[in-house]
Every structure is written in structure tokens, then in C-alpha cells.
Design a protein around this ligand. Sequence first.
Ligand code: SF4
Length: 328
Amino acid sequence: MIITTLPMNTVMHKKIKYKSKTMPTIGLPKGLFYYEHSVLWENFFKYLGCNVIVSEDTNKEILDYGVKHCSNETCLPVKVFHGHVYSLKDKADYIFIPRYISLDKNEYSCPKFCGLPDMALLNLKKQINILEVKIHADMYPQQTVESLRAIAKTLGINHADVIEAFKEATNVFIESREQALKTAKTSMSESCNKTALAILGHPYMIYDNYLSMTLMDKLIKRNINVYTPRSIDYETKRKNAYPFQGKVFWDTGFELLGSAFTFAENNGIKGIIYLTPFACGLDAFILEFIERWFKSRYNIPLLKLTVDEHTGEAGFDTRLEAFLDMVG
Ligand code: SF4
């Protein structure tokens, strides 16, 4: 994970503030990385004394901005991300877009994450100033330190202080993840009497209410327990992502395959809904594999819901209702 990129032998709780000078406003687009790492990056910039502004929840206007500024072939979440960036362009001095290449040993991010800062700059015709942190944990962890050095230079802050803020924010991030996992596990063990379903998908699909068409709320309102990849710990997902002779390469593959096979082995889970965005190259392989494997090995219903910018909620709900009737 991202936390392996810097030595973490010092636990710090000192907040760093630069109240004496006017610090810039940093815009955080509420898409893609935001859904997993908002705690880390919001705290990092706050510890540096920056003002932090987060774009609004995804809405029609943001989606339209994104569609306008991206090529048709781009996947839906990247289009939406561009809409968020565009919505911040006149509100922030800099927009933060991390460059995630590899978040752990032997795991790589989707290529769209690797080139995200370049894509945004190109598609928005250089109307924005970007700050980026590069994470390449598999081969070049030192690149994170170098990119933090570049941030220090841009913001006029001592490099060591930026490193300290990063470590501090990382510690808080780890604590928050552990706490969230503990809560998810408790709710899983306490809820055996209710119908339980799992949602599979990228966090920027599942937790974005606009893109998911409030799928999670719809299920909860029907008194259904909902589990997601966040309900399973990191090690379990890595262990269970190998039911076949082969090797997963993408971190998304570990997350989704590991979750799918963990849920499939759990008798309490009555069905799985895979929420996939249009034009996701990784899902094209992962979902296909899960479907085939489920058919031959497991007796668990799987509903695939694909969302694009034209998807109507009525059709989405009809398919969901039919699935819920089937699983009872
Ligand atoms: S994993 Fe899929 S949805 Fe996510 S950025 Fe890559 S192509 Fe897009």
C-alpha cells in the first residue's frame, strides 16, 4: 500500500502549521483516488497549513463537464474525474492529482491512474495548476520523496516539513482504515439474520451516489445488509485472489477477485451485484473471469449492472428489482 513508500518508524502527532504566511488553496477532485485516500491527502495539505477545498458531489453538471473534456473512449469514472477538476479550476490555486503507478510490491494501478495528471492537463488545455505526488512502491519508492520535494519547492516550504506532514497524515490514514475495517467486520458478524448481499466494483463507483444511482441506499432501505470490498481485510483479499493458476497484476484485480471469491465462500451472502462503469478495460477481464468461475464452481447469483452517462435510473431499478425478487 501507499504506506510502504516512506520509512514509518516515527509516530508523530504534532500538527504542522504555517500560519505566518499565506498558503494557497488546494482543490481535491471528488473522484477516483478520493474515495480511498481522502483522509490522507486532506490531512496532508491541512498539516501544511493549506486551505483545502473538495469539489461537490458528482452531479449532472460535473458529468457534463467531464464528457465535454474527455474523448469518447475514456471510462466513465475518468470522465467524471475531469468534471470535478474542471469544477475546481477557478476556486483553487492548485489542483492535487496523485500519480499512482504502484501502491504495493508486485501490484500496479490501472494505466489511467498512472497518467492522470498528464491527462487532466492535456484535456483541460492547461487551464489548471497541478500538484502531484508520485507513488511507485514496487520499483521506485524514492520517487515519492522526490515528488514531495517538488511540492515543497512549489509551496515554498522546507522539504523535511513536507515529509513530516506526509508521515503524520499517513499515520492518521492507517488508523482510520483500521477503525473502518473493525466496524465493517463487527456489522458483518452481528447481522446473520438479515438478507445479505455484496456489491463489487471500484470504490469511486460504489460510493459515488450519482454514479451508483444510490444503489447502497436502495438496498439498505429494503433492510438488506450490504458488504463491499471494504468489509474484507487486505491480506484476505490478496490470499483469495488466486483460485486459479496465474498471477494477478493489477491492484484492482486483487481487490475485486479477492473480494468475489471471499464472498462466494460465505454462505450468508445471498447474491453479488457487480457495478461496472462503461469502458473499464480492467473490468472487462475481471468480470468475465468472475462470471465464468462462478458458473463452474459456485451457486451464487451474480447481477452485472453497467453504468454509462446515458443510463436511465428506471431501467437500472427494474433490473435490480428483478434480481432482488430472485434472491428473495
Ligand atoms: S480501473 Fe477501469 S474505471 Fe478505473 S480508471 Fe481504470 S479503466 Fe477507468
